[in-house]
Design a protein. Sequence first.
Length: 157
Amino acid sequence: MLVLGGARSGKSAAAEGLLSTVDTVDYVAPGPVPTAADPEWADRVAGHRERRPRSWRTHETRDLVPLLALDTDVPLMIDCLSTWLSGVMDDCGVWAEIPGADAELAERIDSLVSAWRKTDRQVVVVSNEVGSGVVPATVAGRRFRDELGASTRGSPP
């Protein structure tokens, strides 16, 4: 299931609600690990942590393919695809325009989509909705919007 919404719209809480009757969930937080250098991000992450049941297992990673491949009945929640994509674009060198970055990004996205299609796990993914608002003013912003839009089009129903 893909839960879409605007930034700060409550989509994470809505997705968590879909799994509220499940004791154990593998919860993936693919965003940056909070640090004192960014107290606003640290506060957001803390709010998410406090809201989740203690029985849920948290994985702070962008390596989603192995989690999708696990043979288990434990549901998987990924919060959020937007932060995953931003981090992967950084990992691949897209923002720095490193040669080969686009091909590496495409490979990472294709691997994720393929693993998602193959998994037998119940998967709930949160993502920011893009393309419904103002066109970003920067090249990087437009690139991110375009990649996120293309990524969610390729996801399974």
